[in-house]
Design a protein around this ligand. Structure first.
Ligand code: BV8
Ligand code: ZN
Length: 243
């Protein structure tokens, strides 16, 4: 922990990558943990264009269920610690794989949503993007656009390319960062999983926070095993105590 604080103390630019682990303590299920299944489906089976093509109702049921879980959730101390970190360092960028909007609800400003946002929908016909929160009474069938087209969640599914501008901006910031923190991700989903290797290759100091060791634990400068909602507030307390 003290080595992580020392790295952050001398950092002007801090890059953070988060995954489902930082929302776990808000009660939002992770993807690959024991709570990662829904009706015995895995994310890889449902979060694909083919699954939506084949059974849009099933896929929408999954997203409606996830929206209902997230709407009951509150940002946790990990999200709040990252808001503090953004206010503490000179330059800050938060790249999240999460689609739950909890970083924004916590107050993070400079956030890039690499995989989209579950509270937005996109028209399969005209491409229009709308804010979308499922309300039982509103729709009996599938959500439709004003043009009549079928709406889909505005998230990036497996097999779909990620937003080029978000990826470009993230790498641009990472290349100039002093420290990169990798929090609560299993590091199995590409291309986000490439971030730690790119950071190490650029000489950016890396800190991992995860409840268990992962494939990158051996390549990062500091690997902290613990819950994000405990480790991150502790890190911020030590970081700001010295100021
Ligand atoms: C693409 C949105 C071009 C939907 C998601 C190589 C290059 C490019 C692509 C690929 C490649 N190899 C394979 C691919 C294909 C694929 C891929 O990566 N597949 C994997 C499964 C092997 N990638 C893609 O398709 C990407 N597209 O690159 O386009 C292309 C296309 C085709 C072929 C080539 C190139 C698009 C990927 C985006 C998929 N969309 N989500 C939705 O959410 O509904 S991914 C989904 O997984 C979520 O976004 C999630 O955030 C993400 C990653 O999972 P994690 O966040 O890491 O969550 P996980 O449950 O896995 O882990 C939680 C971690 O937290 C654990 O480590 C746990 O220990 C820890 N933890 C738990 N509790 C805590 C904690 N840590 C701290 N505190 C705690 N309390
Ligand atoms: Zn439309």
């Amino acid at each position: 922990m003290s080595r992580a604080v020392a790295l952050l103390k001398h950092a002007r630019s801090v890059f953070v990558l988060t995954g489902a682990g930082v929302s776990a303590e808000s009660g939002v299920p992770t993807f690959r943990g024991t709570d990662g299944l829904w009706r015995n489906y895995s994310a890889e089976q449902l979060a694909t264009p083919d699954a939506f093509q084949r059974d849009p109702r099933l896929v929408w049921e999954w997203y409606h269920w996830r929206q209902s879980v997230i709407l009951k959730a509150e940002p946790n101390l990990a999200h709040q610690a990252l808001v503090m970190l953004e206010q503490t360092v000179e330059n800050f960028l938060l790249l999240t794989q999460n689609v739950d909007n909890l970083h924004r609800r916590a107050g993070s400003k400079n956030v890039l949503e690499l995989h989209g946002n579950i509270f937005r929908a996109r028209c399969s016909d005209c491409g229009k993007i709308v804010e979308y929160v499922f309300a039982q009474e509103e729709i009996s069938g599938l959500p439709k656009c004003q043009c009549g087209g079928l709406l889909r969640p505005d998230v990036i599914w497996f097999g779909e390319t990620i937003p080029a501008d978000a990826w470009h901006d993230a790498l641009d910031f990472l290349n100039r960062a002093d420290v990169a923190m990798i929090c609560g991700t299993s590091g199995v989903v590409w291309p986000a999983a490439a971030i730690p290797g790119i950071a190490c290759g650029r000489g950016v100091k890396t800190i991992e926070v995860n409840v268990e060791s992962t494939a990158i634990s051996s390549i990062v400068d500091v690997s902290i095993i613990g819950k994000a909602a405990e480790v991150l507030p502790d890190l911020l307390e030590r970081l700001t105590a010295g100021t």
